[in-house]
Design a protein around this ligand. Structure first.
Ligand SMILES: [Zn+2]
Length: 362
């Protein structure tokens, strides 16, 4: 039996390469190799790799043409060229170094491995600790710290290289709307994309509730924009809110765009989640996956920039999957119960109202 195993996928280069060019406090400096370094150190410290259910998996090298499943030749060539030339800044939110092209390819391979091995039941669940992140990357451009769209590529790889035709649900819990990821599957009825993300209601931005998908995919893009300050209880309530959609959709696998930037001490996000929230989240998701898809879940790292918080959020998530107990570190604040509850209720009601024609569950 291998399918009760949890594969942790990483390459040591994720903890070493693609170093942002500026020191703090520049925004892009937070997407640093130390993010993965501290997570691996925490797993070693906690003896996670001694657990017989945990497997360490190194993603294999992939050919450049795999990247072409989701990106234009122009985009791939541009990243390759800038890397080869020593790196540079593409815009305010994307940096490229001399090793970015190769590392971004490894990140894609990590996401593909995470999804492929779960689909093939070589492991039960997977956690890909990869960087650079991917969910803001578009077919034609890098964006928001993201070079290639790791999750989109993992889905397109399943479809086109493995001929997998089952339904796929992507749950994006990163603090930010995965605009790049959403655009790939906006018209695809076989991929359900659900995103919970911080939203500034005072100005217009992508990620609002009325982006429902289009064509055959109308109704399979569900955006849950939330005001800043999302609390643990509210987050977990939103997971309960999306459960009926998941049940009705009946996917063969859950892919989680796993951002930890909703953590209370994250330097970029403004949520109030504690590490314990991710423990309850992964336990809950396991229950749902048990019922729907033979416990197949692939967690793919997106954002999360608190060097201290990342360690505990990841440990909590793994403990939840292992069905072991978890105690939060003493420096974390007491769990915040509710902060925006009335507003969230309004948002949920509005979503139900707008999406009702496409679903039976609400
Ligand atoms: Zn993010």
């Amino acid at each position: 039996m291998t399918d009760n195993k949890i594969g942790i996928i990483f390459h040591e280069d994720f903890a070493l390469k693609h170093i942002p060019p500026y020191p703090k406090p520049t925004f892009i400096a937070f997407e640093h190799p130390n993010r993965v370094k501290v997570m691996i150190e925490a797993l070693n410290r906690d003896l996670i790799f001694d657990n017989k259910r945990i497997l360490k998996i190194v993603p294999p090298t992939i050919e450049d043409d795999i990247i072409g499943l989701a990106h234009s030749k122009f985009h791939i060539d541009m990243i390759r060229k800038i890397s080869k030339g020593g790196g540079g800044i593409i815009d305010d939110e994307v940096f490229v170094t001399q090793d970015t092209f190769e590392l971004a390819k490894k990140a894609v391979s990590g996401a593909i491995t995470a999804v492929e091995q779960v689909i093939k039941k070589e492991i039960g669940q997977s956690i890909a600790l990869i960087r650079p992140p991917g969910h803001h990357a578009y077919r034609d451009k890098a964006s928001g710290l993201c070079i290639f769209n790791n999750i989109a590529l993992s889905v397109l790889y399943l479809r086109e290289k493995l001929n997998f035709s089952g339904k796929i649900a992507i749950i994006d819990i990163d603090n930010h709307f995965g605009d790049g990821l959403a655009h790939y599957f906006y018209e695809d009825p076989s991929v359900l994309y659900i995103s919970i993300h911080e939203y500034d209601f005072s100005q217009m931005d992508l990620g609002f509730i009325d982006e429902l998908g289009a064509g055959d995919g109308l109704g399979t893009n569900i955006n849950i924009p939330v005001p800043e300050g999302l609390s643990s209880n509210e987050f977990l309530e939103l997971i309960s809110f999306i459960e009926p959609f998941l049940r009705e959709f009946a996917p063969s696998i859950l892919i989680v765009a796993t951002g930890f930037d909703t953590y209370f001490a994250d330097p970029i996000g403004n949520g109030q989640l504690t590490s314990e929230t991710f423990y309850h989240f992964s336990r809950k998701l396991m229950q749902i996956a048990k019922e729907l898809c033979e416990e197949r879940i692939a967690f793919i790292l997106e954002g999360g920039y608190s060097i201290i918080g990342l360690q505990y959020c990841l440990l909590a998530l793994i403990k939840g999957l292992l069905n072991e107990s978890y105690s939060a570190p003493i420096f974390e604040p007491k769990r915040v119960e509710y902060s925006n509850h009335q507003n969230l209720d309004k948002i949920k009601k509005s979503i139900v109202k707008i999406i009702k024609p496409y679903w039976n569950c609400y």
